[in-house]
Ligand binder design. Sequence first.
Ligand code: LLP
Length: 463
Amino acid sequence: MSRSAHPAGPRHADVLPEGHYSAPPADLNALDPKVWARTVARGADGVVTVGGVDVKTLAEQHGTPAYVLDESDFRARARAWRDAFGTDADVFYAGKAFLSRAVVRWLHEEGLNLDVCSGGELTTALSAGMPAERIAFHGNNKSVAEIRRAVEAGVGRIVLDSFQEIVRVAHIAQELGTRQRVQIRITVGVEAHTHEFIATAHEDQKFGIPLAGGQAAEAVRRALQLDGLDVIGIHSHIGSQIFDMSGFEVAAHRVVGLLKDIRDEHGVELPEIDLGGGLGIAYTSDDDPREPHEIAKALTEIVTRECEAAKLRTPRISVEPGRAIVGPTAFTLYEVGTIKPLDGLRTYVSVDGGMSDNIRTALYDAEYSVALVSRASDAEPMLARVVGKHCESGDIVVKDAFLPTDLAPGDLIAVPATGAYCRSMASNYNHVLRPPVVAVRDGVSREIVRRETEEDLLRLDVG
Ligand code: LLP
């Protein structure tokens, strides 16, 4: 669509309304490597490629919308986490960020462990060949059936989340004639600097057992007395999309404090601590995430220092990154539909997906970037809001971003950093079908999760 097709619309940076954005970027065709998967590049013809495959070919072969995942980037990030922590620590990928059988196989091959938080995730992990002893089972309300399956499968650890669960897991393990390795999840009372829905270390919430008031110490006391349990450590997860390391420092300090109290009271030095996941990624060029080796160094130093001060043997550390591994490795590819310029405000660009494939903007006020990827453009920047096709005005994918004024229906645009918590939180709202996850590597693309079909919808509708 040419610029003159929208004479009344907000075209230039000098008519910008209030919003969450910085100045238009100097070059709308540039792709900031901070927010795009590693093999993403714009070819000489202006078309963006990933893993050696261009987005027009991807759209032709797999349709839109589609989550496009750079497999070599995923593997590289997984390896970077494993290597950063070395052999003295364990990295558990948090499957809730995005899980499929291909992902489980990649993790297995790259030497990572896996954190699952439901029977469904456990089944996916086991069915793709992840050894049970490399699986940690989480959740604040695991069912008896889920616990039984996890114990029977021989998972490496169950992370206990309540007093009731301590007893429940102990009984089931005893019934099955085994001792289950467990960690006890505590809340250390840290206010993580992130959205309140994804902060998990303050006390007034559903996860974990508060350190405050001696409750965590009491939980350890009870767990140590039960024959069905082998208490291997303490777990703390302070929240998600966090950039500031100070929350982790306070958490490590308090967890080690509890280990010391346990040693003093019971004469037992628990051999492991898990500091959870939560490391932030760049969704826009304004975000500055830490590299895994910096995080590993910081966490290892804090724990070692705290343990020396408490005269404790340094426990084996584990971490559970989800978003930081998968988040940056994928983008969502959409086709542009209706374009609606609103005078003095912004241009609404509708795409063929929306809040059903990315609920994060509506749910957490998350910020994303966007780029025209099926061609380059020298047109002026316009302030755009990328919206979906759902019957809801909050159906926003990207709140404020700049796209070229010659954007037209049929163009392909892509939203980067959608690898984590987009497919895994996708819905069928308005009976919109969930997009496929297309893995791309060395010039080859393949669906690792296929597109949902109308037959899939009708198959569940048995009334
Ligand atoms: N470990 C535990 C116990 C967790 O609860 C979580 C995330 C993680 C590890 C992984 O956190 P990550 O490294 O991915 O930040 N849906 C929200 C995020 C919810 C996180 C839930 N727990 C979002 O889209 O931002």
